[in-house]
Design a protein around this ligand. Sequence first.
Ligand SMILES: [Zn+2]
Ligand SMILES: [Zn+2]
Length: 357
Amino acid sequence: MPSSKSVVLTAPRQMSMQEFPIPEIKGESLLLKVEMVAICGSDVHLYEGVGFKASFPKILGHEFVGQVTAMGEKAAEAYELKIGDRVTVEPYIPCRNCRFCLTGNYQNCVKVMTYGVSLTCDVPPYLWGAYGEYIYIAPGSLVYPVGKGVPAEAAALSSVIGNGVRWVKRKGEVGPGDAVVIMGPGAQGLASTIVAREAGAEPLIVLGLGRDSLRLKLAEKFGATETVNVQAQDAKEIVGKKTAGQMADVVIDCTGDPEAFNVGLQLLHPGGRYVMVGLTGGRVTPAIMDHVVRQEIQIRGGLGQAWCVDEAMKIIHSRRYPVESIITHRRPLAEAQEALEFFINPPADCIRVALVP
Ligand SMILES: [Zn+2]
Ligand SMILES: [Zn+2]
């Protein structure tokens, strides 16, 4: 009987390779042979057993690309796919019935199911995460075809670029000529940089720390007009200079650092939009709220990539940006645990790590 070897998180910081039966693929479901899966920052939280979604046993992995190897009888029509096609899939499986799904906000779906995040592998058909040879794709999933010429690294980041689309365009409402500041040049900040470039941001200023020099260089490749090491340079002065004293229309805060908030607020002009997307892990952010009141700053949260991956796939397929450079390290699936440990405190030359089965 065919089977899939998958890496199971059995307890905090404990993983083992286990063998699962390949499920029967019926209706609108699919089976994918995983080509590559990226390790997301939230995988680390799950691995360490922190956060409300930490549960066991679980096959991690929600940023992936794979090849269709089996299809239910209704899947061809539902997805316009055939066996052998390459696809990437959004992490969320929306219920399509609750008020959030019906208003296009399925990241807040009341029955939210997320590959490799909320679903545990003790529930049939078990293969709910991409840290494995195969992953099961449930009916109602959001599946996107991937062209042959697209590097697996770029396709695996479809939802990361999708986040950028949602945060920059939908939440930040960035349009041509808007002055945009992106704080934190990690994978999400870099994805936001690409999308802000696509949206016509000018200037497009990316802020990082001294250790971020490689990331800031990549931000320039993605279209940043200016990069700033906030430990050596005065971000407020630079943003002022680059905007003729007007300051920024939009700040996208991808830092996850409570300290960054007050810095970011100072970079906006009155009425500017502050899009908060970095999670601080529950740490309290001491905020100068008088500034928010006096300047009528609009603070907006940004979570998932709801209805934005279509646009992300167009950006990826355009090949105008070396999206694949965000994945700096590759490891075999069998070394998933070592790779996660490595990614907890990554060296300066590491942005994202991917696993290859
Ligand atoms: Zn992720
Ligand atoms: Zn729903």
